[in-house]
Design a protein. Sequence first.
Length: 124
Amino acid sequence: MSAAPAPTLHELAAAALTLIARAGRPETTAAAGWSTAAPGPGGTPIAVALRGPDRPAGVPQAVATPQRIAAERDWIATHRLTVRAPLVVLDLSWRAGEPLRVLGFSRGDWERELLALADERTPR
C-alpha cells in the first residue's frame, strides 16, 4: 500500500484561504488582513494569517524562479499568507498577475491537520 502523495503548495494555500474565508477575523493592527486559529483534529494548533487589501480565492499558479527574485530586488508583495503550527511552516507572498514567492515551507504533520480543518466534512 503506497502513501498518498504530499499536498502541493497550491493545495495547502487553498486550504489556508478556505479557513480565512470561513472563519477569518479582520486584524485590528495597522496591517490590513485577516486571521484565524484552531486546533487540528490531531491537536496541532493551526494559525493562518492573510495580509493584503482583499481575500483572494487562490494564489498565483506560477512560482518565481531564483533568477527572477534576484533580478527584482525592489519587489514588494501586496499579499502574504502565513501558516503557523505553531512555528511558521508556510509563508507565501505575491502580487496579482505575478508569480508566487515562497518565503518559507516545511513539510510535516501540520499539512494533514490544515487540510482536515479546511474540509467542511471533517467533524470539529
